[in-house]
Design a protein around this ligand. Sequence first.
Ligand SMILES: NC(=O)c1ccc[n+]([C@@H]2O[C@H](COP(=O)([O-])OP(=O)(O)OC[C@H]3O[C@@H](n4cnc5c(N)ncnc54)[C@H](O)[C@@H]3O)[C@@H](O)[C@H]2O)c1
Length: 382
Amino acid sequence: MGKPVGTQGPLKIGIIGCGKIVGQYLDSFRRLGGVRLVAVADLDATRAQDVADEYGEGVRAIGVDELLAAGDVDLVLNLTIPAAHAEVALAAIAAGKHVYGEKPLAATTDEARRVLDAARAAGVVVGCAPDTVLGTGIQTARKAIDDGLIGAPVAATATMVTPGHERWHPNPDFYYVPGGGPLLDMGPYYVTALVTLLGPVASVVGAASHTRSERTIGSGPRTGETIPVTTDTHVTGVLTHASGALSTLVMSFDAVATHAANIEVHGPLGTLAVPDPNHFDGDTRLHRLGGDDWEALPVSAGYVDSGRGYGIADLARTLAAGSSEEPRAGGTLGYHVLDVMESLLESAHTGHAVEVTSRAERPPAVVLEDLADREREGSLSA
Ligand SMILES: NC(=O)c1ccc[n+]([C@@H]2O[C@H](COP(=O)([O-])OP(=O)(O)OC[C@H]3O[C@@H](n4cnc5c(N)ncnc54)[C@H](O)[C@@H]3O)[C@@H](O)[C@H]2O)c1
């Protein structure tokens, strides 16, 4: 059984993987009272040491094995590259830790299934990014749908285009191998948002292209180095939700710019323009049937001023309440999202529609709340 936590105070976190994204988690951990960072590790010990030095507060930089064995780590935060997600998660679970990982849950559904099965057998919880959908942006859009402002949704579009992350990431190799590409890298934000807004996906049709065999790194010490591309870099498709709604998806590392909204949702009474699902906030705009223009909706739901790591605080609350419910940014949802993306690629490569066999229900809505304030008040009154 996993360590019972929550009754003894904050959920204690050990991070494995101290690369580009770790800083955003550190910002959140400084604000949140329900989680406490205690240790960090990386294959590159200097990266872990730099993070420990920057964070302070007694956080120690240790080896990966030492972190996995540490008695004061309740949850391993897995910020490694996608190819290592499953291996690190399985090691954490074998050590009796809860685990929360960056997206995607694993590079393949086979690996992800092993992670969920091992966690169930060990009695520990699996969480998975993205937690952006718990912020005020997507949650306000969800509330607008749930309140009936556009009627029953019939369709959505989701568009993400960029010329490629090798322009800004110093080690972009992982974006161009299986487990990466625009779909597995950016798709989790969009597909998780679509499932949050419209419910689970029942089947998909996809098409994809792989336009260049090399990319050139544009920043950092490796500037000018070329790296191989072994994955599709433009992926498009249609998701048929279990509700019958149809979402059209375009995910590309091969396009310069677009005028398209990140996500639009259409219903008989109106259209919603949904903010960027890679951000926690942003305006939700509504164009009502018969209306003259778009109106920005007031922020009405979601974790206020949130950032990466709020999904772990949400998970910590579930654990502290002794609930057996899946956390909102949970492994079942992460698995379904990965299954949808893998099915899209399968459809693209076979030319056939693919049934999505996994299911994840829409996680419970998040009421409008400043979690950091709430946890600070809680610790002051404790
Ligand atoms: N960079 C971003 O803007 C961004 C944004 C959101 C999510 N993410 C996700 O976060 C994850 C990490 O991305 P990143 O950009 O920080 O990558 P990165 O390459 O900058 O950092 C990954 C770190 O993990 C370490 N690592 C790799 N395998 C390991 C292992 N087996 N054990 C211990 N350490 C290991 C590496 O040494 C490296 O320091 C990815 O899943 C990515 O999709 C990244």
